[in-house]
Every structure is written in C-alpha cells, then in structure tokens.
Write a protein that binds this ligand. Structure first.
Ligand SMILES: *Cc1c(COP(=O)(O)O)cnc(C)c1O
Length: 450
C-alpha cells in the first residue's frame, strides 16, 4: 500500500496546521492518510487506497458516506436558498419537534454548533437553574474541549488535564469513577447542597465503551433528585445511535433532566443541541437569563440534514440493520479472540464496537454464553462469565495495552484495508451502508491481525 500523496500532504499540513490536523485524534502514526472521498461504507485516500470505514467521522455518519436521497435533496435546496440568515426558519422548528417526539427527556431543544458547545451551555444552564457551582463528572468521561470537564484526579484532587486552564475551574468539578455508586454517594453527602449537576455519558463511549452496571444510572437519578441537582446525560455520541430514536436514555429507562446531543443529529454537518424539560430550557436567553447565543446556531443546512437524516431512520430499517451487523461483528470478533488472543475484551452495544487489549486477563470459561452476551452488547451482568473482566471504569480501559493498539494492531488493520479509530479509547461504528460482505472481510482481517 503506497502513501506517497498522504505523506506529501502531511508534510505541507505540518507547516500551516498545528500537528498537521484539525482534531488531535486524527494524527495517526507515522502519519495520517488523507481522504479524498467517501463511497458508501468505504473511504478512498489520496493515493487511491480503499478502506472499509468504521470511524464514520467519529460518530455522526449513520448512513456512511452516501447521503440518502431526501437528505442530499434537502441539503442542496437549503444551501441554494442562501445558506443562513440570522433569522429563524421553519426547519429548526421541525427538527426540535422531531427530537421532542422521540427522546423521553426532551420538551424543548436549543441548537448549537458542536458537542462541546452543547456541554458548555448545559453546564451553564444547570448552574444558572440551580444557583450552584459544582458539577460531578466521570473519570474517563468526555464532554468535548471545555474548561470545566477537562480535569483529572479524584473527588478531592481534581486538576486541569490541559495547560491553559486555570486551576480554579477544576475547583468546581468533582470527578468520580463511573459505575461506583458509593463514590458518588459520598460526594453528595459532603457537597450535596453545592452540586448543580451530575454530567455523564450514559455509556462511556470515548474511553473504550464502558457500559453502566445494572442500577447505576437509576442511582444517579435518585441521588440528583434527592439533592436538588440536575442529571445531565451527554448523548452526543449515543444520541440516535444507541437505543435508536429514543437514544440511550430510552434504552436504559432513565430520564435525565437535560440531554446534550451532537454528531448524528446534524446529519453529517456541524451541530450540537441541548434538550430537556421546558421549565429548565426556558432559563436560556431570551426566555430566561442564562446567556446562550450563536451566529451559526440552528443553521438551516444542518437542520435540514439532521431532520431528513432522522426522518429517514424513522421510516426505514436503519437501526435494525446497523444493530444486526454490530452484533455480527462483536460475535465474530469474540470467536476469533477466544482462540487467538485471550487478553482482550470485546465491548460495545447496538452499532458500536471495540476490542480492548486488557492486561493479564484469563481465557473465558463457557464460550457459548459469553459469545451471546458480547454479541448482543455488553450488559454488565454479574451472572456473565466475563463480568469481572469487562471494564467498569475509565481507569480499567486506560490500564489496557494502549500502545499495542496504536503501534501494531491499528497499522495491521489499516494495511488490510480496514479503517479503525486510531487509539484504544475511541469507539467504532457500523453504518447503514455496511453490508454482510464488509463484515466478513473485516472479520478475516481481525483473524490475521490479532
Ligand atoms: C464527540 C463528543 C463531544 C464533543 O463534541 P464535538 O462536536 O467534538 O465538540 C462531547 N461529548 C461526547 C460524549 C462526545 O462523544
């Protein structure tokens, strides 16, 4: 496989773009391949190499790279009508109505331009609504490039995880281990009256895919209710991916006060959204006093793409297809690693999947049962033979062989024409454009690379 063009482009990029990329995860080793175009479930790079793509834009591309006809028609018509105005349009209302119809927690939605902007605004909203400053987040959780959540350490020792963030931001953020009911309970015992919100992904989806153990999300719901704090689900990645149109909150049966969205809800265009009960959302200006605004917010092209994207999913067997192929992949990989690489865990649910190179794990006992459990999506059931080895926290994933993934496994898969997310932490996705043949080809590659 030749990469001369990509190498030359990267060389140029390094002179004018920091690190040669506009989002840090794209900087694969030794250099990224530059993509020329997408084609269904495939991407073609600048040297003409073709890959089956499971990165899918890091989440937004539910249909792969070909937009369903109604989506591309709506995008073109809104772009040619003049892309944006600085005045409201009908399509914003239609998308907000759609989200309210399908997502349990949502009565109202404010649209913004990225997942980061959504979580920033949601935190401000929670603080404004409750009159409190502290937020509880999960270690290993990800809420975009925002000052309040880029923290590391434990409940008593949070510090910013990036230079450039004053430590006073971290003073208001309390990181706890995901799936640890006692830890978050202790935090509420101590700081209950100061906590504005618990902000969590319902599934840790940017750190290897960690599913909630039974009852954990319910526990967060009860705790926040008892202490007058808000529960915010960051569904930027799980929204309209896990649990279909009802999102992960519908799948797990836990309704948060506020939900953040991004990725799929923009149909492949830049987007974010904050949804929730009217009484809370109306704290946003101009209905209320919590400042929120944006030149491009509710951009008509994005709104049209998002609306048609989700409408198409409502009217076709989209989730059935992607979830079935997701299960086939997880089951197939589970079979392969069972024999060849017992130091692994296959994780994921619905159309998300990942293989975690767990350190020091032992081969599974009862193969059949495990295979079914991993294939259907990890349920973190105590009765499962794998239960102890399924990651429960962000730290469990960080403890895996992350170097092995980046330096060897990812490269081996790329050389076999399979484009996976470039590190141990980011999820991978099946799209509506993937076929059974793609899955078979992918499993062959896993067989050789593992
Ligand atoms: C991707 C993501 C974000 C950030 O969204 P951007 O659009 O990249 O700013 C926030 N939260 C979660 C859970 C995400 O997956």
């Amino acid at each position: 496989m030749r990469h001369d063009e990509s190498r030359a482009l990267y060389d140029r990029a390094l002179s004018v773009i920091p690190g040669g990329v506009n989002s840090s995860v794209r900087a694969t080793r030794p250099y990224p391949f530059f993509i020329e175009r997408g084609d269904g479930a495939h991407v073609v790079d600048a040297d003409g190499n073709r890959y089956i793509d499971y990165v899918m834009g890091y989440g937004p591309l539910l249909y792969g790279h070909d937009l369903p006809e109604p989506v591309s028609a709506a995008v073109q018509s809104h772009a040619s009508a003049g892309p944006m105005y600085g005045a409201p349009t009908e399509i914003e209302v239609e998308l907000a109505e759609f989200v309210a119809r399908h997502v349990p927690s949502v009565e109202m939605t404010r649209f913004v331009n990225s997942g980061t902007e959504a979580t920033v605004s949601a935190v401000r909203l929670a603080r404004g609504y409750t009159g409190r400053d502290k937020i509880v987040v999960m270690q290993g959780g990800y809420h975009g490039a925002q000052e309040s959540t880029l923290v590391e350490g434990g409940p008593e020792s949070a510090t910013p995880s990036s230079p450039g963030i004053p430590s006073s931001f971290a003073e208001h953020t309390i990181p706890v281990p995901f799936n640890d009911a006692d830890a978050v309970e202790r935090v509420f015992e101590e700081h209950g009256a100061e906590i504005a919100a618990v902000l969590t992904e319902p599934i840790l989806a940017n750190t290897g895919i960690v599913l909630p153990v039974d009852g954990y999300l319910d526990h967060l719901r009860d705790l926040t209710d008892d202490h007058g704090a808000l529960l915010i689900f960051d569904e930027v990645i799980t929204g309209f991916r896990v649990g279909g149109l009802q999102c992960a909150q519908g799948k797990f049966g836990v309704t948060p006060d506020v939900t953040t969205f991004g990725k799929i809800v923009g149909g492949g265009f830049p987007v974010g959204a904050i949804g929730g009960r009217a009484e809370i959302l109306e704290e946003f200006t101009p209905a209320g006093d919590v400042f929120q605004s944006g030149t491009f917010s509710g951009h008509p092209v994005t709104m049209a793409a998002g609306y048609e994207y989700l409408t198409y999913a409502a009217e076709n067997d989209v989730y059935e297809h992607v979830d079935r192929l997701g299960r086939r992949l997880r089951e197939g990989i589970t079979d392969i690693v069972e024999d060849q690489a017992p130091s692994y865990t296959v994780v994921g649910t619905d159309s998300m999947f990942k293989t975690i190179f767990t350190r020091g794990s032992t081969p599974a006992g009862d193969g059949d049962d495990d295979r079914t459990v991993c294939g259907g999506g990890c349920r973190q059931r105590e009765s499962c033979a794998r239960y102890d080895r399924c990651p429960k926290t962000g730290a469990d994933v960080a403890d895996a062989e992350t170097e092995r993934w980046e330096r060897i496994f990812w490269q081996e898969m790329k050389d076999r024409g399979i484009f996976l997310t470039a590190n141990q932490f980011e999820s991978q996705f099946v799209s509506y454009a993937h076929t059974d043949e793609d899955i078979e080809e992918t499993l062959e590659a896993y067989k050789e690379a593992l």
